[in-house]
Design a protein. Sequence first.
Length: 366
Amino acid sequence: MKVLHIFPEFRRGGAPVNTLRFIKASCDSLVHIAAGSAVDVDFVNDFRPYAETWDVNLTKPSPGSFLKLLRRTKEEVPDIVHANGKSGMFYGLLLFLFLPRDTRFFLTLRGFHDKYSGMKSRFYRFLERIMARRVEAVICVSPSERQHYLTLIKADKDKVLIIPNGIDVHEVELPSQIDKVCRNFQVNIVSLSRTSPQKDLETMIRSFEIAASGRKDTALHIMGGLSHGEEEYQKRIYDLWKSSSVSEKIFFWGDVKEAGNLISNFSIYLSTARFEGLPTAVVESFLSRIPVVGTDCIGNIDLIRDNETGWLTDIGDFKDTGKALSKAIDSIGSKMESEIIDNAYNEALQYSIENQAIRLLALYGL
């Protein structure tokens, strides 16, 4: 059986990383093809021992990109097309019109949200409803994402399933450049966050200002590249960083290979996301036994229970997040932190790659 996975681009994070994990776990049972824009050549090479890769820019609607994708798809004739996210949904819906009737379609949401308003919002939801009717199953990665999707899209609830991401951690040492900086501080806070409004780096920086006030030994490390089309947002965040009273304690490292395997080298994980599907880095932090401070957004709330598996804060509230971050710093080495870490670790054990692969293979009919 041949499966075509489509997502916007090959970048380290979100859908591509989780797709790669599933591909590795199921390559003995399936023939895999992965399609997306090859923005990170090293990451594309991570796929190649296990899957054929197609460099097709699927980050935005484009007739040229669709024709290229359609031509390659007709040559390979996959049995299954598995789309990921908004862009995957759009291109998957178009492919449906041109492929054989017995081609099977699945959609995994991975952070479903409607960022539009007015007519654009109505049109987007219309497309989502069409896709929901065409696919065999819509896969959500957390209960809160499923509830949000059903509320907005009004899809057939029997076709909307929950299959969490499969996640594991192989702890490794920090790259020498990052390690050298970390050694200058006793408390190193990390966030695996792209420079995008979804991750709300403005709240992250402002909350860190509060928590780091009067603490010379505390630093914030942000790992993640720039999301497509977010250059204006990047400039705004860069200006905020430069004007911050603690700018010398904030480090942007860009895309870092296998960043999730590095979390164990830090003191605290920080998420200021406005929405998620199932946040991989939060689970990776749990598995790495690193305490988490995170917003009460979709996805995060399935993992973080305040004062039980982490510290939960209000979305977009830098004062509340700063207060929680200060509490987490003050709790380092305490009995409370130890209990939170144990609870979080036990919570994370259910999100194994094996469990995800078994459920997806069963959905495919294997």
